[in-house]
Write a new protein. Structure first.
Lengths: 270, 108
């Protein structure tokens, strides 16, 4: 029960944090619960599918299928996040202002909803397949009762949800104006963190070089600790980042900064 | 004549790495334990780990020390590239059965 609790808490925590950030970023946007719900369903379905085909995926691409698949889906998430942040800059402020004027949720089709729902799905695929495979394995091999295993898993998942909920309420305590820039900042850091993960997988697949280990902060904050996991999910904290990961992280930040600058210029010139 | 010999030596030294094979090491997972639990590898060189999971259930081979993680299904094998690593000890573990699945790589 302890094993299923710890592992389910750890794996669900990353998902819960991403979902909280997405909820906070889409607060006041009509249909956000529905679309994020669709994202979650897509995440669940995809996770189960990936778990079933885990072996086939893994042994493809000269044994590097898992790494390339993870790099691919996270890469898609990065692109969606970058697009969302840039889109939100031009449309988001207008929506936030409208919401202030009208005083209630703005019910327009919001493109950020669709892309963030996709990000939720992708984030769930990354962790979800692991959870499914772990649970299937433990249920068939452990001497513990099924109830005990599921109880541990459910408790772990619920604790992760609680952390996510606390994070969400912490975020929305900020005023509408600050909420926009804070959640934009979080989405940017999410993109940078995922980009660093892509680099990690491409290095593991022997496609990119590691370029050395930049630092070892495991003495300061272990990535496996609760705080470490939260920071890993929110801003991509890594206790032993490789040079290529840091390059992708900073590069993604620079790219987003550059894109925000030129789109701001374009919208001012209109 | 001497120029040709020098040219041949230069070409041979450039192409030698292409012919060198990546050192490969096997690790078996059985009853949620690694065998061998200590793997000695050459430092400063990229190596291949072939993880053979002989348990019927999946395991996640993971290491924070050399930055790898991979799920290996039951009765299957997985491939992991490691390094080049500086000389030292690097721990790895099976995330699904952390209590028993522990091991380390020693790079010399």
């Amino acid at each position: 029960m302890i094993a299923s609790f710890i592992i389910c808490f750890r794996e669900f925590l990353e998902i819960a944090i991403i979902i909280s950030i997405v909820f906070a970023a889409t607060r006041g946007v009509c249909g956000n619960v529905r679309w994020i719900g669709i994202g979650v369903l897509g995440g669940l379905a995809g996770s189960a599918l990936i778990a079933v085909f885990a072996n086939k995926i893994s042994s493809s691409m000269e044994g590097m299928g898992q790494e390339i698949f993870n790099a691919g889906i996270l890469g898609i998430a990065v692109v969606m996040l970058v697009w969302t942040v840039v889109w939100m800059q031009s449309h988001g402020r207008a929506l936030a202002q409208k919401m202030k004027q009208v005083g209630k949720a703005v019910c327009e089709g919001d493109a950020s909803l669709y892309s963030l729902a996709a990000v939720v799905s992708v984030a769930m695929w990354r962790e979800g397949a692991e959870i499914v495979l772990f649970m299937a394995g433990i249920l068939s091999s452990s001497s513990e009762s099924v109830i005990s295993i599921f109880a541990g898993a459910a408790a772990g998942a619920m604790l992760a949800v609680i952390v996510g909920v606390l994070l969400y309420f912490g975020l929305i305590k900020l005023s509408t104006r600050h909420l926009f820039s804070v959640t934009s900042g979080l989405l940017i850091l999410l993109a940078c963190g995922m980009s660093a993960q892509v680099a990690g997988y491409l290095n593991a697949a022997d496609i990119l070089p590691a370029l050395g280990q930049v630092w070892d902060s495991s003495w300061l904050l272990a990535q496996d600790s609760i705080v470490g996991k939260i920071l890993h999910a929110m801003l991509g904290y890594s206790e032993r980042p490789s040079g290529i990961q840091l390059t992708f992280y900073i590069g993604t930040f620079g790219l987003i900064y550059f894109l925000l600058k030129i789109t701001k210029k374009v919208s001012h010139e209109k | 004549m001497r120029k040709n010999i020098v040219l041949a030596l230069i070409l041979a030294s450039i192409s030698a790495p292409a012919f060198a094979e990546t050192p490969t090491f096997e690790i078996v997972i059985k009853e949620h334990k690694f065998n061998p639990s200590t793997v000695n590898i050459p430092a400063g060189q990229k190596v291949k780990l072939v993880i053979k999971n002989q348990d019927p259930t999946p395991e996640e081979f993971e290491s924070h020390d050399f930055n790898r993680e991979k799920v290996i299904a039951g009765n299957s094998e997985g491939l992991i590239f490691v390094g080049p690593l500086d000389a030292g000890e690097y721990k790895f573990f099976g995330e699904f059965h952390e209590k028993t699945a522990q091991g380390k790589i020693v790079a010399k």
